[in-house]
Structure formats: structure tokens, C-alpha cells
Design a protein around this ligand. Sequence first.
Ligand code: SAM
Length: 246
Amino acid sequence: MGFEIAEKLQALRISFGYFGVKGTAAVMLNKFLQTFKINAYNERYKKNIDRAFDSRFDVDTGGIIEQDQLDISEDRKKQAIQYQGTPTVNLGLALSKLSINYPDFLFIDIGAGKGRAIFMAARYSFKGIIGVELSEDLHKICEKNITSLKKGKLKCLNIKAVHQDAATFQFPNEPLVLYFFHPFNEEMFQEVLKNIGQSLERNNRQIIIMYYHPGFNNLIGEPEFLDKIDLGVADSYWEFYRSKTV
Ligand SMILES: C[S@@+](CC[C@H](N)C(=O)[O-])C[C@H]1O[C@@H](n2cnc3c(N)ncnc32)[C@H](O)[C@@H]1O
């Protein structure tokens, strides 16, 4: 019971950090309605969250762009999922529960879009943060956001946007936290997982995968180089993995 209250207070603190007072009020109202099985996760809620985050950090990460509107090849459009910035405080909550020495790790968002999640991660003292994005339009917005970003509230200022296809991205030879907010389908995911496996074969090290998905359970499956882990985040849309090697 005491633990639950402590966790709720921590989520509240993280929410204030990301979304300020108004945004947190929207998050709390949403959670309250969910206890009555009312799904208030609607367009208005998303807009409130977008506005709250963007005005707090002086960036533009809001909106939804369907995959067929993205400036990427037709083949990649078939595998991609729409652009939407991470809408949950649970990324921060999960990051706070990683039990790692943050300055040892790089945080990489695969499919970074306009950069919402990399800016959220920058509240933790990672060694560096990289956002990998295939759409040039979104990548450019992300770069602009990095310039305008209010840095006073952040613990990591080593933030970089990379315009690249996730399939060809070479994972840096360092301990990594990899974040995926459901960027693409299983076919593409398997390609990226293969690269992660090969990277681990070359260099045995800690790689943590945080996968947030709106209902695509077990898409990562059970690769032999990963263990599924439980970070104790009470949200069924999250899956966490750690490399078996360390
Ligand atoms: C749901 S959005 C996530 C945005 C961001 N990670 C966040 O949480 O704020 C998914 C992103 O993945 C990108 N994406 C899709 N396929 C990709 C690929 N093959 N390589 C890199 N990025 C890709 C899309 O363009 C889109 O911006």
C-alpha cells in the first residue's frame, strides 16, 4: 500500500516535470475516468498533452501524421506506423526504474519522429541521447527542436538527431537503452532485432529495450539474446527486455 502511494507520487512528480500543472490535470482526469472504464484517451486529451509538453519545453512535437503522409518510400510506408509523440508519463517512470548508472548508457529512440521521447529521456543523466528517424521532414523538425529546447530542466544535453533508416543503423559499441514507441511492424522489427543480436555478438554488453505499443503484445517474441524483464510499471502496453550477456 505504502509502495503504491510512493509510486503514484513519483508518477505525479514525473508528470509535472513533463507536462506541468495543466497537462498533469489532464493525465489525472484520464486515469480517474479509466477507473470507471471510460476511455477518455481521445483527440482532445492528446492535444492537451501535446500542448502541455511543447509549451513547457519550447518545442513542436505534437500531432499525428499517418504513415501514408510520411516522406518515406512506399515500401517503408507499408511497414511504418503513424507518427505520434510519446503520450505517457510511464516512459519517465520506467526510466527511473532501470537500476542503471545513467552516465554509462546511451539512450537511443528508434523512430524518434519530432523528438518527444528523446527530450523526455534528457531528464535523466544519460551519457548521450540519439534520435534515429527515417522521415527527413520529421528529422528536420527534431533538429530544430533540439536548438529551441529549453535546457534548464534537463540532465543530458548531449542530444543528437540522426536521419537514417532503422534497418541500417549501426548500434554504438556502448551500453544502450533502446526505446521503441511502436515505430514499425514485425517484419521491420525482426531486421532491427537481428542487428541488435549481431551488435551483441561483436561486443558483449548491457542493452535494455523499452517497447511501448498500443496493443501489439509479444511482437518482439523471444530472441535468444534477450530476457524479458519486469520493471514494475503498471501498464500492459509496455514490454521490457535486457540482453542476456551481462
Ligand atoms: C509512433 S512514432 C514515435 C515517435 C517518437 N519515438 C516518440 O515516442 O515521441 C514512430 C516513428 O517511427 C518512424 N519510423 C518508421 N519507420 C522507420 C524506419 N524504418 N526507420 C526509422 N524511423 C522509422 C516514423 O516516421 C515515426 O516518426
